[in-house]
Design a protein around this ligand. Structure first.
Ligand code: ZN
Length: 404
C-alpha cells in the first residue's frame, strides 16, 4: 500500500504500511512512521536515538461493514538536543485517544443525520465514545458563543422535565443561536449573562421579553440603552388565560342550568382563532350562542380578536391609535378582568409599541424550546449537564433534535 494511499484513505501522514492482518471480522493495518520522519516530540530535532517501540491500536474509518484498526508501531526516542525520552508524536490521533482524527470526523458526519445510538451501533463502538467525540466537537465550537456583535436578543424561560426545572434561555434573534443558558427562571439566572455582555462590550439595541417585572428590572439595570419589546405571543397568551378565568368565573355564578351548560361546552372554542373554528362540528354556532347569552364574555372575546390586530397595523402611529382605542374599549366594558388587563396594557404601552421599531419576539425560542424538549426526553437528559447545554448551543445548526 502506497504512502499516498494511506494518507488519503486513512489520514496518516508520513507513515509506511507494513502488512494487513485479518482477525475476527476486523482488518488490522500494521503501520509505522517513516524512519526519515522521526523527530523529537518536544523540540522537533532530528538528532535522536531510537529507544524501543510500543504497538497501539486505533480505530479508523470502516471499509463497508469491516472495522479497520490501525496497529501503529510507535517509536520511543531520546533527544540529543533537549535530552527528553518520549514517544514520537502520532500526528493522526489526539493523545490518549483510541481512534484516529479521521475516524472522529467520520463520526461527526454520521451524527448529522443519525443519533448517537445509531452511530454507536453502526460502527460497533460504545455510546460513550460517540458522545465523547460529539462533546469535544461541541466544546471546541460552541462553548463560547460570540457576543461582541450581538444586537437583538430574546429572553425566555423554559420548563424541562417532570420536576419543573427551569432554564432561562437567551437567543440571538438575528442568527437564531442560543447564546446563554441560565439555571432557574428568576433574574439571578441572568447574572452571568450580563457579566459576559459587559466583558464582550456588546451594544444590544433591543430585547424581547414577556411583561414579568423581574425581567423588566433586570434588563433596565443591565442594558439601560436597550429598547424593551414585549413579546406579543406572551401578551395574547396572558389575555387567553384571563379569558378562560372569566369563563370559569361566569360558569360558577350562573344559576340557570342550560346557560351554564352552554358556557361549559365552549371552553376551548374561546381560545381558538375564529378562522380555525370547525364548521362541521358547529363550533361557530355553539360559540355564538354562548356569547349571545353572556355579554361580559362576548365583550372579552371580541376584544381578544381585536387585540391580535394590534401587531398587524400599517405603522407605529396607527398601532398607537389602535392600542389606545382598545384600552378605552376595555375600560368602558365594565368587566373587571378587562379593566385590569387594559391597565396592564397601558402600563406597558411603550414596550408593546416598541415592536414597531424592532419587530422581534420570543417566538423563535418556541422552536428551540421544542427541540430542547425532544432532546431532554432522551436518555442522556441531565446526566451530563455540560453536554446538554452544549447541545442546546448547537441546536440552531441541527435540522432535527436527534434522539440520543
Ligand atoms: Zn528534543
Amino acid at each position: 500500500m502506497s504512502t499516498s494511499f494511506i494518507y488519503h484513505a486513512l489520514g496518516l501522514v508520513g507513515y509506511q504500511f507494513l502488512k494487513p492482518l485479518f482477525e475476527k471480522g476486523k482488518i488490522y493495518f500494521l503501520v509505522r512512521k517513516h524512519s526519515g520522519k522521526l523527530r523529537c516530540p518536544e523540540c522537533n530535532s532530528h538528532r535522536i536515538k531510537l529507544k524501543g517501540t510500543v504497538t497501539r491500536n486505533f480505530k479508523s474509518i470502516p471499509m463497508g461493514k469491516k472495522q479497520i484498526i490501525l496497529s501503529v508501531i510507535i517509536q520511543r526516542v531520546q533527544c540529543n538536543e533537549c535530552h527528553c525520552l518520549k514517544q514520537i508524536k502520532l500526528g493522526f490521533a489526539d493523545p490518549q485517544k483510541t481512534y484516529s482524527r479521521a475516524f472522529a470526523r467520520y463520526v461527526l458526519e454520521l451524527l448529522k443525520f443519525a443519533t448517537i445510538k445509531d452511530v454507536a451501533r453502526h460502527l460497533n463502538i460504545s455510546w460513550d465514545t460517540v458522545k465523547e467525540i460529539q462533546k469535544e466537537y461541541l466544546l471546541k465550537h460552541f462553548s463560547n458563543p460570540q457576543l461582541t456583535n450581538l444586537k437583538q436578543i430574546a429572553i425566555d424561560e423554559i420548563s424541562i422535565g417532570k420536576k419543573h426545572r427551569y432554564l432561562t434561555i437567551v437567543l440571538d434573534v438575528t442568527t437564531g443561536a442560543v447564546i446563554f443558558i441560565g439555571e432557574g427562571k428568576d433574574a439571578d439566572s441572568l447574572k452571568p449573562f450580563w457579566k459576559k455582555i459587559r466583558s464582550a462590550k456588546a451594544e444590544i439595541e433591543a430585547v424581547a421579553i414577556d411583561m414579568s417585572p423581574a425581567y423588566i428590572q433586570a434588563v433596565r439595570e443591565n442594558l439601560p440603552n436597550a429598547l424593551i419589546v414585549f413579546d406579543h405571543f406572551h401578551i395574547i397568551k396572558l389575555f387567553n388565560d384571563k379569558l378562560s378565568e372569566l369563563r370559569r368565573q361566569l360558569y360558577y355564578e350562573i344559576t340557570d342550568y342550560l346557560q351554564s351548560q352552554t358556557l361549559k361546552g365552549i371552553r376551548w372554542l374561546l381560545l381558538k382563532n375564529p378562522e380555525n373554528l370547525d364548521e362541521q362540528r358547529n363550533e361557530k354556532e355553539l360559540l355564538e350562542k354562548a356569547l349571545t347569552v353572556n355579554k361580559p364574555l362576548a365583550t372579552a372575546y371580541y376584544l381578544k380578536e381585536d387585540l391580535r390586530q394590534l401587531w398587524n397595523q400599517a405603522s407605529k402611529a396607527e398601532a398607537q391609535k389602535f392600542l389606545d382605542y382598545w384600552i378605552a374599549k376595555a375600560r368602558a366594558s365594565g368587566v373587571r378582568m378587562l379593566i385590569k388587563f387594559a391597565n396592564t396594557m397601558a402600563a406597558h404601552r411603550t414596550g408593546i409599541l416598541a415592536y414597531y421599531d424592532y419587530p422581534i419576539s420570543t417566538g423563535p425560542l418556541e422552536g428551540t424550546n421544542n427541540k430542547i424538549k425532544t432532546m431532554q426526553r432522551q436518555s442522556y437528559g441531565f446526566r451530563d449537564k455540560e453536554f446538554f447545554k452544549l447541545k442546546i448551543f448547537a441546536i440552531h445548526q441541527s435540522r432535527y433534535a436527534l434522539i440520543g
